[in-house]
Design a protein around this ligand. Structure first.
Ligand SMILES: Cc1ncc(COP(=O)(O)O)c(C=O)c1O
Length: 501
């Protein structure tokens, strides 16, 4: 070690934000860690979710704190007011929306990442190598070539937007980055299915095309894009002078988990010379499951894939990811030289390509670490087995629904999502109330969606902790609250005065 490096230990923390007593913060830190590990370990003992009392909400309407507070007092407020009123997705009874459960290993990694406080926008340091390792692993999962690139982002909404931007640059060349879409850009049209996630339309809007430039093609009975209808639409658009440039396939639709015929779409995109993007928010990681991988055949031919490690990958939020087959095209869409971001061949400014060349963010956190910990700790086989198990639980739920005359299945069960309802006269209202009743009871947390005008109770099984007992508890709760709601509806009906005609 150079003599120059030998510095005296800091003698005072005055004026800094460091604690005056490191032992004190160490002890409190250990307590926080113990408490949070207990919180996860005993999660079943608590409600999945509970409404926030007004008194608790009011605590977060206070004035900007100008004076310091003791850390243990701040922690007390966290323990009493924040932790008990979180989303609930750590709990095995959480089946609303598509939320992953996280893991203790991922949580610890998040703490370590915060300690390092690394900025992954660029420069030459190991945290960036960790992100590159995940890029390489993800490319390997999908059989992408060596030149592929990837980047962590907040979530699939952002990854889909960035994929649209890469496809836009690829279609219009470098000009679009200086002069905008122009006349040529105004002719570009993109394609997805009616079952696609709303963020695709939002991405088209934000990327300057306008959501009307996105054609939402019909789906078949299984909610997969109708490829013949897609072909017809593309031909019609070409004939009227438009320029198709992008197809966005779904690998797991948000409503029911349908997977488009990716192999057929890959062939069509090759033939039509279109960018082939796959929204694999949760479904893409099905590639790790022996049971689901065959359903994803063709995903490896995509030009880009968006996915979330924070869903079926069980990485704590947030850990969205964009993978692009041709790394050069990825860089072409985002790299923007600046004097203050000058690259060197040695020193801290070495190590180009930097992640800031692959997306809009310059400052970026160390999302890669919790993903690396998760993949290393559990391995892809175990994570794949969790995915398979979630689908088996969905089958169990489907069987219970089919066996129960008071319940009705509303959509085919493709993966891990089950849409059903309680049979009742005013079924949409009754089922909406049932879902809220169950959420407020703390027993489970399903969500809703609307399929062909029918409100469905939607259970998306994503959490590795969810078990048969949790699924049964959901069914029992639907039957119990359903009976109560249906009885209330009858009473209201009887008591209602006849409508004047
Ligand atoms: C199919 C699909 N696409 C996109 C998204 C949006 O992902 P995120 O919430 O990570 O932005 C979701 C979310 O559930 C999804 O299911």
């Amino acid at each position: 070690m150079s003599e120059l490096l030998r510095r005296p230990p800091q003698s005072t923390t005055r004026g800094t934000l460091d604690p005056a007593d490191w032992d004190e913060i160490r002890a409190l830190g250990h307590r926080m860690l113990d408490d949070m590990i207990d919180h996860i370990a005993t999660i079943r003992a608590r409600p999945v979710w509970q409404p926030i009392p007004d008194t608790v909400r009011a605590q977060f309407r206070e004035e900007l704190p100008r004076r310091p507070s003791e850390l243990d007092e701040v922690y007390r407020v966290f323990s009493e007011c924040i932790a008990p009123y979180a989303t609930g997705n750590v709990h095995p009874g959480f089946m609303g929306w598509v939320h992953g459960g996280g893991s203790a290993a991922g949580m610890l990694a998040e703490m370590l990442a915060a300690g390092l406080n690394a900025n992954l926008g660029g420069r030459d340091h190991m945290p960036i190598e960790v992100e590159r390792q995940i890029v390489a692993w993800t490319a390997e999962m999908f059989g992408f070539p060596a030149g592929a690139s990837g980047i962590f982002v907040t979530g699939t909404s952002m990854a889909n937007l960035m994929a649209v931007v890469v496809a836009r640059r690829s279609a219009l060349g470098s000009d679009v980055r200086q002069h905008g879409l122009g006349e040529e850009g105004a002719r570009l049209t993109a394609y997805t299915s009616k079952a696609a996630h709303g963020c695709i339309s939002k991405a088209m809007d934000i990327a300057g095309f306008g959501s009307a430039a996105l054609r939402c093609v019909a789906v078949d009975q299984a909610h997969r894009i109708d490829v013949a209808a897609l072909r017809t639409q593309i031909a019609r658009d070409r004939a009227s002078g438009l320029r198709p440039f992008l197809v966005v396939a779904s690998a797991g639709t948000v409503d029911i988990g349908a997977i488009d015929d990716l192999a057929l779409l890959a062939a069509l995109c090759r033939e039509e010379r279109l960018w082939f993007h796959v929204d694999g928010a949760f479904g893409a990681l099905g590639i790790l499951s022996d049971m689901l991988a065959p359903l994803l055949a063709g995903i490896g031919e995509a030009d880009s894939i968006a996915l979330d490690f924070h869903k079926w990958g069980q990485v704590p939020y947030d850990a969205g990811f964009l993978l692009v087959r041709d790394g050069e095209r990825h860089r072409d869409a985002f790299a923007a030289p600046a004097a203050y971001l000058r690259r060197e061949t040695r020193g801290l400014a070495a190590g180009s390509v930097w992640p800031c060349d692959l997306g809009p963010d310059l400052s970026r956190g160390f999302r890669a670490l919790k993903t690396w910990f998760t993949l290393k700790t559990f391995g892809t086989e175990k994570l794949g087995a969790v995915i398979t198990r979630c689908c088996a639980l969905a089958r169990h739920l489907e069987e219970r629904v089919l066996a129960e005359p008071r319940l009705e299945l509303l959509a085919p069960v493709n993966l891990n999502i089950v849409c059903f309802r309680y049979r009742a006269a005013d079924a949409n209202t009754v089922n909406g109330e049932i879902v809220i009743d169950i959420q407020e009871s703390g027993i489970a947390a399903p969500s809703t969606t609307v399929l062909d005008g029918r409100l469905a109770i939607r259970a998306a099984i994503v959490n590795h902790r969810t078990d048969v007992g949790d699924v049964d508890a959901l069914v029992d709760a639907v039957l119990e609250f359903g009976a109560r709601r249906a009885a209330d509806a009858d009473v209201v009906e009887i008591e209602s005065p006849p409508l004047a005609t």
